[in-house]
Design a protein around this ligand. Sequence first.
Ligand code: ZN
Length: 502
Amino acid sequence: MSYEALTSRLREIGTLHSVQRLLGWDQEVMMPPAAARFRGEEIALLASLVHEKATDPALGDLIEAAEDALRNEEDELRSANLREIRRDYEKARKLPRELVAELSLAGSEGLEAWREARKSNDFPGFLPFLERLLDLSRRKAEHLAPSSDADLYDALLDEYEPGMTGGRVETLFRPLREALVPLIARLADSEHPPPNTVHELRIPVPEQVRFSRRVAGRLGYDFQAGRLDTSTHPFTEGLGPGDTRITSRYQDHHFADALGSTMHEAGHALYEQGLPKEEYPGQPLSEAAGLGIHESQSRMWENQVGRSREFWVWALPVAVEILGEALAPFTVDEIYRAMNRVEPSLIRVEADEATYNLHIMLRFDLERALIAGDLLPADLPAAWNERMRSDLGVDPPDDARGCLQDIHWSMGAFGYFPTYTLGNLYAAQIWETILQDLPDLPSEMSRGEFGGLLAWLREKIHRHGRRWPAAELCRKVTGRPLDFEPLVKYLEGKLAPIYGVK
Ligand code: ZN
């Protein structure tokens, strides 16, 4: 009985939280610009109501009663659910309600200020918002940290990747970097890099939208339980049972970028649509096992699938049919090579698979220094440009294409960035296992059949929600802890032959 009382309370909190997130989706996709201030108030109010319910001592009593009742039962799923419910409750209890509301409001205001600052390349205009968000985030971390001398960055990272620490990220990133830098240099020396011609095609946006919809549907994204819209920053919002929305973005001279964004978000959405949300509404068992695993799903569909030769055997004729004759002169091999062009560039979201991780490492180091107080927000542009030069050999011409390019810090999301490269690492390691388990997958992909892959992901990953922490899920699925080597092997194995280098 007590367990049922607890889960019905969680359902209510989960529903309220989904209303909050629906307002957030609207803010990004539909809302008129003049509504920004009022929307900030609406979201902050809902955030603090959700927080109040999630920290209600009566909820604590229900959790305790359920723990007592379950003590003598062997019910692995319920125990896992309760373990995570307890974890969420304890974490939420550590944060004062005023701070939650203040952070939410500062995030909405920061977002608006960032949009303006990015448009007009005005970092000084954004600086006070950044300083405030940093200050609030540090205060949040102080509340969340297990002890007064604990690392503040770890407390923030734990929000996005439970159980992960900055130190552990470093031990994964360092050897990855040591392998990637020379690989990228070797590719740059190639006599036969893939030409840029495919990327220079101009394709009208409406055709690109149709192509995006066709591909997303083919991968298994359920349009009866979702929508595909347009936004500045593509994202996925899993609102609840039957409602998982994605966005993409389109420019007539960047069809590959739009396709990549759509496949990426469809990958997130396939995970959301595969979580048992009907069965466990508002409960941890119906939530993702962390952002790293979430990102592994999006990356896998975007990269391991979308940048494979097999995918293009199926997709090229479809692209010619929908996008038009401009693509007709290209062979599958030419498209495949073009999709895997590696070139250091300014913008993270447009980066290729290899240099992408260097963009992340830069952000990880800088945000860690910001939180630690080793880097002042005012010095961020100089530090950013310095690292872009030394790590990628490119020189940002302005802050809009430098430290203002990403949305995350403007919403106070410090500790988020490393989950992208963690996602790449998980994806490569899980992909190795998939290819062993599904030997026919490459030929299925060349026929545009993705059901076998999706069924595997649903069975091994999606349906389990937060049953196991990400590190344990990784061990269960791949047989070993997360490692940097599968990603290096995957990139070497694909890119060296494309570039004709050893
Ligand atoms: Zn993503």
